[in-house]
Design a protein around this ligand. Sequence first.
Ligand SMILES: C[S@@+](CC[C@H](N)C(=O)[O-])C[C@H]1O[C@@H](n2cnc3c(N)ncnc32)[C@H](O)[C@@H]1O
Length: 318
Amino acid sequence: MMLGALLCCSSSYSGRAWWRRSTFPLRQCQQEQQQRCGISSSSSRWQWRNEKKSKSIEIETERRKRSPELVELEYANLNLKDSYGHAQVGHVRIRQHVNPLTSSFSEPTPPPDWNLIFQDCSRPLMVDIGCGSGRFLIWLAKNSFQSRNYLGLEIRQKLVQRSQLWVKDLALNNIHFMFANATISFGSLVSTYPGPLTVVSLLCPDPHFKKRHHKRRVLQKQLVDSISKNLCLGGHVFMQSDVLEVALDMRSQFNAVSDVFEHIDAVDSNFLCDPDGWLVHNPMGIRTEREIHAELEGAKVFRRMYEKRKHDVDIMIS
Ligand SMILES: C[S@@+](CC[C@H](N)C(=O)[O-])C[C@H]1O[C@@H](n2cnc3c(N)ncnc32)[C@H](O)[C@@H]1O
């Protein structure tokens, strides 16, 4: 009888649209049916759906709560001060997104005096483009056995300020964060660095899904050319995204300069790829924050690493 009652309520609607359009009429109809058939409200399909919906909201809320905990855990040995805040520095909120095409981001950031920044600026340099909170790079600067300098480029100034406070707290002399629109500033910054540029990472960049917003993505041809030109021979570009479309876009831009770059699995058999050509493991030994969030949600992270094999003669001349 219950099934009949429910069929009677829902027979003229179907799918999600039905769910959206007809919650109220359905409820009315159900109530009438329940009164007629004597069905208790707890057994109704409507209530079952609502319970299911609130359960999935609960799971999602739980996940969101767990994500910052996992981030803390990943970077536990850094002991970073929480008092600088998750979403704000001092009393100023950190914006979620900025539009890199606005006029305030159109001027390249001038290069610093590297001697004032790093203790030894003849060391090899790793640059993380769009470094977000900076925890990933700080972890490498503190824990990596590589004798390197680390430079984080980030377009959200408040994040840069907080990263620099952490660097000061930890008294690290091999890492620096700069407020910059990396798309236009990367070349002028790294070309003045005295040592060799050995690694560039581009990790989970903002996806800017809409086609008309693709030009806001950080990786544009100008940046690919700058990386190709400034990276030393044998240097590496590591990139990843949990958004397949973005990963494919970055991949095709580097595949397009195959005269300069080769994918790492062709050069070094220690790096394994899945059948679709994505690296099976994260070679960095530490995950970024976005990567932690994505993996918690069960998403795959698509990774590629390229090695520079040759100089591009055209780019060198230009
Ligand atoms: C999704 S977050 C990823 C942060 C970090 N790499 C990670 O994996 O957790 C992308 C970061 O890139 C920064 N970003 C976006 N466009 C940029 C640009 N043109 N120059 C520098 N940073 C940029 C954003 O502000 C944001 O912090």
